[in-house]
Design a protein around this ligand. Structure first.
Ligand code: NAD
Ligand code: GLY
Length: 362
């Protein structure tokens, strides 16, 4: 097992990364009171819930469970309310712990519930998708969707501890594993050329689910995220770099309808568009762009999206949370392995980068 820390002063917390991790040993020191509410979904309920109920019961905890339906479409206020119902019905107090057992949807919802129940209770993340292990479980962004916008209601809520168990990825559908690899590739492209080379060496084994290499990829990804979050917890600056590919990807996801493309798939094509624009601006070479596309393809991710009318694409991009004072800011590649956030780009070049990476054959 490897351990990293997110250095946030008195809110410093560990990320445990390994296989066959033992929740009773690792989580016990981070559960302050007796009451633990496990929030999960119907899929994880069948796979891993009992293991956690048993471990926490053996620690003499009062364990309650809230099982939500599985899917992004349930990441809303009605289903958030089911978590509050469960907490109140179980008679949970301010020293209770909410434990998220699931992917990013469960982590975001359980975290928001923990941030707001009785003005804030303890929170633990047990991420079970690769995407949630390398991204959503670390850094404290939590929330739900609103009919008018994704992740529009939320709070920052850092967990007490994150426990990422690679053995739980065995049951993850291959498409979901690839979606997580998009976020892994993101860290390499935005800040770590050596990691990119490592991914190029090991991508086939990662796609095949090699647990040792996945643990290394999660460790290296979380190390980047932990450093950036420690520098800029509330996204006043540097943290926005983590949105490489996300502004373009957000437009793809929104136009196609959430659930049609996975978030990681949209981010993958979004990163190609960002790299394409960076190449048009003369920041990276054509060889760098080709290298970017190749690693994304090798992760079994799309490098182009179906045709989307340009005005609709641009309109969705303008709803991005990175728009400040009406001005769109993009995360682009100044060099391969070095991203910047900029509002200085040529709009015609941006349109060309979008159009060049759409295809009619999907
Ligand atoms: P998800 O939570 O929907 O999980 C994907 C699917 O995999 C679900 O059907 C889930 O039930 C299933 N699953 C989860 N673990 C499994 C396992 N071990 N075995 C078998 N099936 C398993 O999707 P996700 O990609 O983990 O997360 C996406 C969500 O995360 C989005 O809502 C997105 O907005 C959010 N997100 C948040 C942040 C953040 O910083 N808070 C960052 C990125 C994404
Ligand atoms: N997923 C981007 C962030 O946590 O800031």
């Amino acid at each position: 097992m490897q351990t990293l820390h997110v250095e946030l002063g008195d809110r410093r917390y560990p990320i445990f990364i390994g296989s066959q991790l033992q929740p009773h040993n690792l989580l016990a020191p981070y559960i302050k009171g007796r009451q633990v509410m496990i929030v999960t979904n119907t899929t994880l309920e069948q796979l891993y819930l009992q293991h956690y109920v048993d471990a926490l019961t053996a620690l003499d905890k009062q364990v309650a469970v809230c099982v939500l339906p599985d899917g992004e479409k349930y990441k809303n206020i009605e289903h958030l309310n089911l978590i509050f119902d469960a907490l109140l019905q179980a008679g949970f107090n301010r020293d209770c712990t909410v434990l998220a057992l699931g992917g990013g949807v469960i982590g975001d919802m359980a975290g928001f519930a923990a941030a707001s129940f009785q003005r804030g209770v303890y929170f633990i993340q047990v991420p079970t998708t690769l995407l949630s292990q390398v991204d959503s479980s670390v850094g404290g962004k939590t929330g739900i969707n609103h009919p008018l916008g994704k992740n529009m209601i939320g709070a920052f809520k850092q967990p007490e501890v994150v426990m990422a168990d690679m053995s739980q990825l065995k049951s993850l559908p291959p498409r979901e594993l690839s979606a997580g690899l998009a976020e892994v590739i993101k860290y390499a492209l935005l800040g770590d050329l050596e990691f990119l080379a490592w991914l190029e060496t090991h991508m086939d084994e990662l796609v095949a689910g090699n647990e040792t290499l996945l643990a290394e990829a999660v460790y290296r990804s979380c190390a980047h995220k932990a450093r950036i979050v420690a520098n800029d917890e509330k996204e006043q600056g540097e943290r926005a770099l983590l949105n490489l590919g996300h502004t373009f990807g957000h437009a793809i996801e929104s136009y196609l309808g959430y659930g049609e493309w996975l978030h990681g798939e949209a981010v993958a094509t979004g990163m190609v568009m960002a790299a394409d624009l960076s190449q048009r601006m003369g920041w990276i070479s054509k060889a760098d762009l080709a290298r970017t596309k190749k690693i994304i393809q090798r992760a079994r991710l799309p490098i182009s999206c179906p045709q989307i009318p340009l005005d609709a694409f641009l309109s969705y991009m303008s709803h991005d949370k990175k728009v400040l004072n009406g001005q769109l800011r993009l995360v682009l590649l100044q060099r391969l392995g070095q991203a910047v956030i900029t509002k200085t780009f040529d709009v015609d070049q941006m349109k060309a980068a979008i159009l060049a990476n759409q295809t009619v054959n999907q």
